[in-house]
Design a protein around this ligand. Structure first.
Ligand code: ATP
Ligand code: MG
Ligand code: MG
Ligand code: MG
Length: 470
């Protein structure tokens, strides 16, 4: 049966409400009182104080659909079917209440009974030493031992910096041979898009003090996360995150602007997916008060935005297009996230100004980079110098990862150490003459033209994180 993204979100929350959970609204993408994280990247992240006992949860059982950003996945975007920088994570949480047995049973019940996925396509995995979880899958759910995969710390032990952590049990869905890499030994855990991980159950038993010292938690917790768009991919039987109903509507808009079609040409598809994904991330980030800057999460936003702008260029889209696309994002997601509509005017303004600023230098930057490449080719050099990469950054506003990506498309690399050295040198110079940047590192001159309240709000709203300090 066909089910849309918005319907699946509702089904999940209602299912866990029926199991005694309190459904809470998504938290902001900007972490609150948490210096260990730049952006919220899981359903569990904003709930940390409840896990550690710092704060009392409103109920011992909570369920959420949390907006997430994972910049660690930025290079995967467009290349894999299953990674977005922005996605929504469905989760059910137990704060010292139920544990493994209930969590595993409800995972199975939701996937097979409620959503109706074919049990023969589902494969659980457990942490190597977690005999308890293995036993529940095997004896209680009835999954044959050979269909349960055992993975090590890398995959099946969840931790993110300091805080609560523990062994996981993931559920994979076999999308069929057509999505496989075809290599011998391709099975659950393979990096290709055939067996996609849909759900991760974390059995939070320990607390990590940030230095690798683990202590057993007094109250054991459950923290689960399932990508809403991934669930939609397997339920709807579509090729990727970018073609589930909601994202497809956005992707179609990008195709219209680029006068092209999806799935005609691989390189075009990658650009279409990147623009689709990044516009969504940027729209949500700005709605949560993040402003483009050269530091911290503001720089994450700037990088995503400029990368989207460049792929728009690659697709042949002329002029500014990001604000127009964000209107579609807002239209598609405003029911679940009313802040998008409330902040609509600001979102358009920030996107337009930042895009305009980059548009002034992007074409020139691309042509300079072209000349640098010609030079490299003449001398048989495959690595762009740090000084040149820095020139592109400093004069033309090319973030390093953008330069890297463009060069990679031509089989070349960048001297990143050289870039870092040039950056350091410039920062030292700037430190001596810092007049035009405020203490958050935002380029004040850029935003004066937007709205003075924007920068003020940003400072009041945000918190300094270790790496956003200048
Ligand atoms: P993968 O191994 O596929 O990268 P993960 O193990 O990093 O996923 P978790 O940290 O376990 O993911 O997050 C819980 C769930 O969130 C995953 O099972 C998946 O459904 C979803 N998810 C994780 N990363 C992404 C992403 N970049 N885009 C969309 N969904 C994601
Ligand atoms: Mg991952
Ligand atoms: Mg994984
Ligand atoms: Mg996982």
């Amino acid at each position: 049966q066909y089910r849309g993204v918005n319907e699946l979100r509702r089904m999940f929350l209602e299912f866990f409400e029926s199991k005694g959970h309190l459904a809470m609204k998504s938290f902001s993408l900007v972490p609150h009182n948490d210096n260990s994280l730049l952006l919220i990247n899981s359903g569990m992240a904003p709930l940390k104080p409840y896990f550690t006992g710092q704060e009392i949860p409103p109920r011992k059982r909570v369920t959420t659909c949390q907006k997430c950003i994972r910049t660690g996945d930025i290079e995967n975007i467009g290349k894999t079917a299953r990674h977005g920088t922005f996605f929504e994570m469905l989760g059910n949480f137990s704060f010292g209440d139920y544990f493994k047995t209930e969590a595993i049973h409800w995972t199975w019940e939701f996937l097979t009974d409620v959503v109706g996925l074919d049990p023969d396509r589902l494969y659980p995995s457990v942490y190597l030493d977690d005999d308890e979880a293995f036993g529940i899958w095997n004896r209680e759910i009835g999954i044959p031992a050979e269909r349960i995969f055992k993975f090590g710390k890398e995959d099946n032990f969840w931790e993110h910096g300091s805080g609560p952590c523990g062994p996981c049990s993931e559920v994979y869905y076999d999308r069929g041979e057509a999505f496989g890499c075809g290599k011998p030994g391709c099975t659950v855990g393979c990096d290709c898009d055939r067996y996609i991980e849909v759900w991760n159950n974390v059995f939070t038993q320990f607390d990590n003090d940030g230095h690798g010292h683990y202590t057993e938690l007094e109250h054991k917790n459950i923290d689960t996360g399932m990508g809403l768009e991934r669930l939609a991919v397997v339920v709807q039987g579509v090729d990727s995150l970018f073609t589930v109903d909601t994202n497809k509507a956005l992707l179609d808009r990008v195709c219209e602007l680029a006068h092209t079609e999806y799935q005609k040409d691989h390189e075009t598809d990658v650009s279409l997916r990147i623009v689709t994904d990044h516009v969504k991330s940027c729209t949500f980030m700005i709605s949560d008060g993040i402003m483009p800057s050269n530091e911290g999460r503001g720089y994450v936003l700037r990088r995503l935005l400029r990368r989207a702008a460049r792929h728009g260029r690659k697709l042949g889209i002329e002029g500014r297009f990001l604000a127009g696309l964000s209107e579609t994002v807002i239209e598609l997601s405003k029911d679940g996230y009313p802040e998008l509509e409330e902040k609509q005017a600001m979102i358009f303004k920030v996107l337009s100004e930042e895009e305009e600023k980059f548009n002034k230098t992007i074409d020139q930057g691309l042509s300079i980079l072209g000349e640098m490449e010609d030079e490299m080719q003449k001398t048989g050099n495959k690595c762009l110098s740090g000084a040149n990469a820095f020139k592109l950054y400093d004069t033309y506003g090319f973030p390093l990862d953008l330069t890297k990506e463009i060069l990679e498309e031509r089989g070349c690399t960048v001297d990143e150490d050289g870039f870092a050295a040039a950056m350091k040198e410039q920062k030292e110079k700037a430190r001596k003459a810092r007049k035009t940047t405020n203490y958050m590192g935002a380029d004040v001159t850029v935003y004066q033209s937007i709205d003075p309240s924007v920068t003020t709000e940003f400072i009041g709203y945000d918190r300094l994180t270790a790496d956003s300090r200048v």
